[in-house]
Write a protein that binds this ligand. Structure first.
Ligand code: 13P
Length: 250
């Protein structure tokens, strides 16, 4: 299965740093990379960078979207608008949207459904808080997030849908799940997805790990059989470290 490495820039980046990043990615050989690459700049940079990135073998996505097509929703971005801007991907349910901006499982489900229905490819993020982990609730929480998001999703194929397991306590903290822990949760996710959607889909589903992935830990994480890529935050802001992670794909 071809791995997929995502770069989530969060609320970072400018026109100048974005153009530099894409040019450096090209110089470092992104076009021949051993994995699919998608990056998620802020909305404002999507039109410019999506065009530059397509030449670099990199797809571009939106970090978020809203589930209505248009209307009186000040500040929101529709799936069609993301597409129009040049995106081919979107993220639904990132932990910062869930825990900083208050998105519920129901909101995440609506976003996922709307984005996929519009023809965008989606990454669903799931993961437990540190308090949930310490209370031995990792499986319960991640399973609930997945069951809720996939409920009634309809036609979805493994080419246009990815799950990212991002333990919230590992995001931006320098802490990572051990490769064994990531593998264990990823295998469970695959099992749950197989009961909801089907075995063949689950066998072909790419499950990314996210949470302080860096060049120094990427090889061990990406070598695990049930880890099919990474969703990278901080280390994706720099082309050298992002390409190092991409080149760590076995
Ligand atoms: P960090 O790699 O900075 O921990 O962020 C991970 C993340 O949130 C990717 O979506």
């Amino acid at each position: 299965m071809r791995q997929i490495i995502g770069g989530n820039w969060k609320m970072n980046g400018s026109t100048e740093s974005g153009v530099l990043f894409i040019n450096e990615m090209k110089a470092l050989g992104s076009f021949d990379a051993p994995a699919d690459i998608v990056f998620f700049p802020p909305f404002t940079l999507i039109p410019l960078l999506a065009e530059l990135a397509s030449d670099a073998g990199i797809e571009t996505g939106g970090q978020n979207l809203f589930w209505f097509e248009k209307g009186a929703f000040t500040g929101e971005i529709s799936p069609d608008m993301l597409k129009d801007a040049g995106s081919t991907w979107f993220i639904a349910g990132h932990s910062e949207r869930r825990h900083v901006l208050g998105e519920t499982d129901e909101i995440v489900r609506k976003k996922l459904e709307a984005g996929l229905k519009c023809g965008l490819k989606g990454i669903l993020c799931v993961g437990e808080l540190i308090t949930e982990r310490e209370a031995d609730q990792t499986e319960m929480v991640v399973r609930r997030q997945i069951e809720s998001a996939l409920d009634g999703l309809g036609n979805v194929s493994p080419e246009n849908f990815v799950i990212a397991y991002e333990p919230v306590w590992a995001i931006g903290t320098g802490l990572t799940a051990t490769p064994e822990e990531a593998e264990r949760v990823h295998s469970l996710i695959r099992e749950w997805v197989s009961t909801i959607i089907g075995q063949e889909f689950a066998d072909n589903l790419r499950i990314q790990y996210g949470g302080s992935v860096k060049p120094s830990n990427a090889v061990t994480i990406l070598s695990k059989p049930s880890v099919n890529g990474a969703l990278v935050g901080g280390a994706s802001l720099n082309a050298d470290s992002f390409m190092d992670i991409i080149n760590s794909v076995p």
